[in-house]
Design a protein around this ligand. Structure first.
Ligand SMILES: [Zn+2]
Length: 235
């Protein structure tokens, strides 16, 4: 499937290819299934890893995007393992916001063990403000994404500050199939731990599903107050 940089309603900023799938693959599948325009921007290649190569990770990412039905998936080519919220990186991500013009930007939860993830969060939040600047030679027109929502792809065994949970019961198998595309990350060379991360994700999503009386759920956090149109949408 051809990937392009077309405007979206929802944009997921991911430090590495696979973080979007792990944290909110079910929500992405649901939004796409409902005909919404969704994009993923991976900041780095995610490589090197013990059993991956750049070419292989790229193929795995494309396969996962196809499983989810994503047509907008970009990679900004920032430096894996050394990701930093530099002015140059902020500007590049701001240009992505200005071009794709999302209404909601999903960014990694603010507490994590992985420095790339912490940097990605900082960068994604800073780029939101930077994207609205005028009198600049940045690409695209000024745009301030109205909402930032935090998803959990954290390496810490914690899910504090959950604000709401999205029911992904009908999308869980699609999410797992998308994660399974990353053989180099979750299966190869892992012996009896092959697939353990996928089972962990399933357990976490089952737990959050139980919290809302559904089979599976994905948790999200916010820092700003959210509104709802009607109490009908609360369950
Ligand atoms: Zn990651």
């Amino acid at each position: 499937m051809a990937r392009k940089a077309a405007p979206v309603e929802y944009l997921i900023v991911a430090p590495h290819p696979d973080d979007a799938e792990l944290g909110m693959g079910g929500t992405v599948a649901r939004l796409l299934g409902a005909g919404r325009r969704v994009g993923v921007v991976d900041l780095t290649s995610g490589e090197p890893t013990p059993f991956g190569t750049p070419a292989r990770r790229k193929r795995e990412t494309a396969a996962a995007a196809d499983v989810l039905g994503l047509t907008v998936r970009l990679n900004l080519g920032m430096k894996n393992r050394e990701l930093q919220a530099t002015l140059a990186n902020r500007r590049r991500l701001a240009e992505t916001y200005r071009t794709l013009r999302p209404r909601v930007v999903f960014v990694p939860y603010w507490n994590d063990a992985h420095p790339d993830h912490l940097a990605a969060t900082e960068l994604a939040v800073q780029a939101r403000f930077h994207a609205k600047l005028t009198r600049t030679d940045m690409k695209g027109e000024p745009h301030y994404p109205p909402r930032i929502v935090y998803y959990y792809c954290t390496h810490l065994r914690m899910h504090a500050d959950v604000a709401f949970v999205i029911d992904v019961s009908d999308a869980m198998e699609t999410k797992v199939r998308a994660i399974d595309c990353y053989r180099s990350q979750f299966y190869d060379g892992r012996g009896d731990q092959a697939g353990a991360v996928v089972e962990y994700v399933r357990d976490v999503n089952r737990y959050w599903g139980r919290q809302i009386n559904r089979a599976y759920g994905e948790p999200f956090a916010v820092r700003e107050t959210l509104g709802v149109d009607s109490p009908e949408h609360i369950f």
